[in-house]
Design a protein around this ligand. Structure first.
Ligand code: NAD
Ligand code: LMR
Length: 336
């Protein structure tokens, strides 16, 4: 019998909140395909191994037809070995009153260590999604310490911000659902300086297309309240739940990874934190969220040539500046 192809997926922070909502959809085939067997590798720190074993028990008890194997470990050399996909969730989440960059000192060292492990143990084709905050800068550090893996294989999650933006627009326009809203762009950092941009966004319904600005008919709301709501949504969830978003984050990771694996639908863009090519005047190699399309070969491409007015330019530069500052602090933190 020919050996079947099994996709090896590493999830770090596997005993944590996000992972608890993430593992089941992956193991059920919602991301890689309903006919694609997967092996799950679950990494967490040593004190969490007992909790992680409970998660493994639950996965076993789901009796899932596509889940071929589950490995739980606290050893990076085991966890990163030959992985096809690395979903790097494990890191400290922020608490009320903190900015994401406050996590930098605590979390960036994790991503140096995991970059080195990727470099040494993972397949060179591995697709990496950094979720742990500050996600863009952690991704930058991870890629830096994994020089044998192409930079294009690294991304960070800004899809949750995209979904939040679509949902806010849908709630504002009667009869429109979030999936009717497309071409929203999240520019820059997954932080409160991000720029959710609807200037190119459209609503498609009943075979008709209308620009979001024309449908909303309230430029002041779009320029102020809408942007602020999306920028601060993570903090609002933390204030309400006393914990950071987990279900919605897991859902966004699935959406991000599904589109990367299978390609984006014709005419659609998604936002991903990727290594800048210099497009739109963004400093090359910063991990910055751009609109991208993805082909069937799993190659993403920045959507270029969108007109950028002064309002957008200012916001895109502001979030780039924050990323440049975060990068300096991060490089200082990991220098020895
Ligand atoms: P959590 O505290 O519930 O879980 C984190 C897990 O990571 C814990 O089990 C912890 O033991 C583990 N961990 C810590 N260091 C590790 C290491 N070196 N290797 C492996 N595992 C390690 O947190 P959570 O709610 O699951 O959030 C995880 C991260 O995701 C946080 O940094 C949070 O801010 C971030 N986040 C990002 C987005 C986004 O859109 N990019 C959205 C939500 C949350
Ligand atoms: C989010 O956007 O919900 C997460 O990044 C958590 C946070 O700290 O905001």
């Amino acid at each position: 019998m020919a050996s079947e192809e099994v996709i090896t997926v590493l999830v770090t922070g596997a005993a944590g909140q996000i992972a608890y909502s993430l593992l089941l959809p992956i193991a059920k085939g919602d991301v890689f395909g309903r006919d694609k067997p997967v092996k799950l590798v679950l990494l967490d720190i040593t004190p969490m191994m007992a909790v992680l074993n409970g998660v493994v028990m639950e996965l076993t008890d789901c009796a899932l037809p596509l889940l071929r194997e589950v490995v739980a470990t606290d050893d990076e050399s085991v966890a990163f070995k030959d992985v096809d996909v690395a979903l790097l969730v494990g890191a400290m989440p922020r608490r009320e009153g903190m900015e994401r960059k406050d996590l930098l000192a605590a979390n960036v060292k994790i991503f140096k260590s995991q970059g080195l492990a990727l470099d040494k143990f993972a397949k060179k084709t591995v697709k990496v999604v950094v979720v742990g905050n500050p996600a863009n800068t952690n991704c930058f550090v991870c890629a830096k310490f994994a020089p044998s893996i192409p930079r294009e294989n690294f991304s960070c999650l800004t899809r949750l911000d995209q979904s939040r933006a679509q949902a806010q627009i849908a709630a504002r326009v009667e009869g429109v659902a979030a999936q009717d809203v497309s071409r929203v762009v999240i520019w820059g950092n997954h932080s409160s300086t991000q720029y959710p941009d609807v200037r190119h966004a459209v609503i498609s319904k009943d075979g008709q297309q209308i620009g979001v600005q024309d449908a909303v008919k309230d430029d002041s709301w779009l320029k102020n309240e809408f942007i602020k709501t999306v920028q601060t949504r993570g903090a609002a969830v933390i204030k309400a739940r006393k914990l950071s978003s987990a279900m919605s984050a897991a859902n966004a990771i699935c959406d991000h990874m599904r589109d990367w694996w299978h390609g984006t639908p014709e005419g659609k863009w998604v936002s991903m934190g990727v290594s800048s090519s210099g497009a739109y005047g963004i400093e090359p190699e910063l991990i910055y969220s751009f609109p991208v399309t993805i082909d069937k070969g799993r190659n993403w491409k920045i959507v270029e040539g969108l007109p950028i007015d002064d309002f957008s330019r200012d916001k895109m530069d502001k979030t780039m500046k924050e990323l440049q500052e975060e990068r300096s602090t991060a490089l200082e933190t990991v220098k020895d």
